[in-house]
Design a protein around this ligand. Structure first.
Ligand code: C2E
Ligand code: MG
Length: 570
């Protein structure tokens, strides 16, 4: 059964042929009969046809010429020879050239059947080509952004190298990374994160040209390989353009996001002679700027490479530090300033590195945060600290609180509440003796969500301390808004209280304000008797610092606790 609305292009049909066609084929929707080469070309170019019937006897050109024109058009339309010719050689040569069938004039049944079959075959071929195109596209494009993927990007960039080398030209690799994607994914879901990536991709695409290639590396990280640059100034100009284009607000489902970006730049050929090397060096440069997030760009240097090598060695070692039992906790006493009694301890992690010895957190916590290893480390610290506190409680120091630092990534993760409940249940310590220290800047990243998480922790009776208060926003409005119990004044503020009247006034104001809000104040970094006296005079609640004790191992802490029974720390 022939399809409806058949579009039939006839070549060199006589009136008699046409009459026959119309009498035998009733569903012709579009029909054209053409008699010269020019018309064949324009019909193939301008219209869509289901089948071509070629009258071999009357034709002004031979079949292979017609087939060549068809091939040039790039269209897959079946061509059937319709002829009286009984010359087998002519038929063979036409079929050999690519004609799909040969039908003897007047054989209506054969003609209908051949048209039907060849249209079906053409459809199958077209579907196959389409599927192959799609597979090819998927293999070389990023599904989310439709940008060329890294393979295609590298292939195209590599192809540019020979041209660059011939003309002694330069090119620049830009690695552009936007902050907060993991956070947005965890709070609003990956759907919002994906749309954010798509919006940035569209913005950046405005700069992608044949000589300026763009790809998405992962997450919200994109790479440009720009061969349009000519000197240092134009390399910087392009970075400025990206920053300008990318930093304006993004709106998704009425949510407004302001993102910041870092750009790592390296230049061909001085910083790398192939794509892999340029990408790796741009990546090292970007890692170097990880905490800047200032909408700025950094250029690759040899020093950056050295740091990157060390960093990667450290990362490999840190990955196995927990399994190898290389992490340990030190505990620093927290003192009740009015009674002088030891009210609790803060757990502070250390890494006993096999080569470098005992490392303080500043040497590995930033790396752990960057690599996500902080989640495992944080879980270990919480468990270990609570287990140790449980042992002290059993040893007769049942009111001792244990403070644990929670970094931004830990705070953002959805399993935070369940993993804390789990640790409390396993170690058996009572929630009101667990104090979580969360820095002011972490809480202010997304104040609304922070408030919800803090409320959930409060509902569990866990105590919350805002750590490093005075170093960031110090927003009084949010202090009221958040369910916190303790304000930990950063040691950078307490450091100058005796010598700098401004610092002492600020601390006096913080203590007064905290009292109004019913918060306990813990002053950190107390090293001198003068600082102690000053805080004591202001009736600050608690203090922590080298004056009382440095952080120490659990065993030493037990001795200190025993001493406390006979005296005080202050
Ligand atoms: P932090 O929470 O502000 O911890 C207090 C830091 O101040 C500790 O440094 C402590 O040794 C130091 N400190 C205490 N008293 C004094 C003093 O009187 N003078 C001076 N100059 N310093 C004093 P530490 O152990 O090097 O820890 C540094 C930071 O590393 C901590 O700051 C905390 O933010 C982070 N950290 C430590 N342990 C962990 C952990 O288990 N998890 C996470 N996420 N972060 C941790
Ligand atoms: Mg702390």
């Amino acid at each position: 059964m022939l399809r409806k609305n058949l579009r039939l292009l006839a070549i060199a049909f006589s009136e008699e042929d046409e009459r026959f066609l119309y009498s035998e084929i009733t569903n012709i929707h579009v029909y054209k009969n053409i008699n010269n080469l020019l018309d064949i070309r324009s019909e193939l170019c301008e219209s869509d046809w289901d089948v071509i019937l070629f009258n071999h006897d009357k034709s002004f050109l031979d079949c292979s010429t017609a087939l060549n024109v068809l091939k040039e058009s790039g269209k897959d339309i079946p061509l059937i020879i319709y002829s009286d010719v009984s010359d087998e050689n002519a038929v063979h040569s036409a079929l050999y050239s690519g004609a799909h069938d040969y039908i003897h004039k007047g054989s209506a049944l054969y003609l209908v059947h051949a048209i039907e079959r060849e249209i079906r075959n053409a459809e199958i071929r077209q579907a196959k080509v389409k599927a192959e195109d799609q597979i090819y596209h998927l293999a070389f494009h990023d599904e989310l952004t439709n940008l060329p993927n890294c393979n295609l990007f590298s292939e195209k960039a590599s192809a540019m190298f020979s041209r660059l080398a011939e003309s002694d030209a330069i090119a620049a690799m830009y690695l552009v990374d936007f902050d907060r994607l993991p956070y947005i994914n965890s709070i609003y879901g990956s759907g919002v994160g994906d749309r954010l990536i798509q919006q940035f991709s569209q913005r950046l695409s405005a700069y992608s040209t044949e000589n300026c290639l763009l790809t998405r590396i992962e997450g919200c990280k994109f790479a440009f390989f720009n061969a349009n640059v000519t000197d240092a100034e134009s390399v910087q100009d392009f970075a400025n353009q990206i920053i300008k284009l990318a930093i304006s607000q993004v709106t998704i489902d009425n949510l407004i996001f302001y993102l910041r970006l870092n750009i790592g730049i390296c230049v061909y050929p001085v910083d790398g002679g192939n794509i892999a090397q340029l990408l790796a060096n741009a990546e090292s440069t970007l890692s170097h700027t990880r905490y800047l997030w200032k909408n700025t760009c950094t250029y690759y240097t040899k020093e950056i490479e050295e740091v990157a090598v060390k960093r990667s060695l450290l990362e490999t070692a840190l990955r196995s530090a927990i399994e190898k039992n290389e992490l340990l906790l030190h505990y620093q006493p927290i003192v009740d300033l009015q009674s002088g009694a030891l009210s609790g301890v803060e757990a502070l992690v250390r890494w006993n590195h096999p080569e470098f010895g005992l490392l303080l957190p500043e040497k590995f916590i930033p790396l752990a945060q960057e690599t996500g290893l902080i989640i495992d480390i944080g879980r270990w610290v919480l468990w270990q600290a609570c287990r140790q506190a449980g042992l002290w409680h059993q040893a007769g120091y049942g009111s001792l609180s244990i403070s644990v630092n929670i970094s931004a990534i830990e705070f953002d993760q959805t399993q935070l509440i369940s993993s804390i409940s789990h640790v409390l249940a396993e170690t058996g310590i009572s929630p009101e003796l667990l104090e979580l220290e969360i820095s002011e800047s972490t809480l202010m990243r997304d104040a609304e969500t922070s408030a919800q998480i803090l409320q959930a922790l409060k509902d569990m009776n866990i105590k919350i301390a805002m750590d490093n208060f005075g170093t960031g926003y110090s927003s009084l409005r949010y202090l009221k808004h958040f369910s916190i119990d303790i304000l930990k004044i950063d040691r950078s503020l307490t450091h100058d209280i005796i010598i700098d009247p401004d610092s002492s006034e600020i601390i006096a104001a913080i203590i007064a304000m905290a009292r109004n809000l019913d918060l306990l104040v813990l002053a950190t970094g107390i090293e001198t008797k003068e600082q102690f006296d000053f805080l004591h005079h202001l009736r600050c609640d608690r203090a922590q610092g080298f004056l009382f004790s440095r952080p120490m191992i659990a065993q030493d802490m037990l001795h200190l606790l025993a001493q406390r029974k006979t005296g005080t720390l202050a």
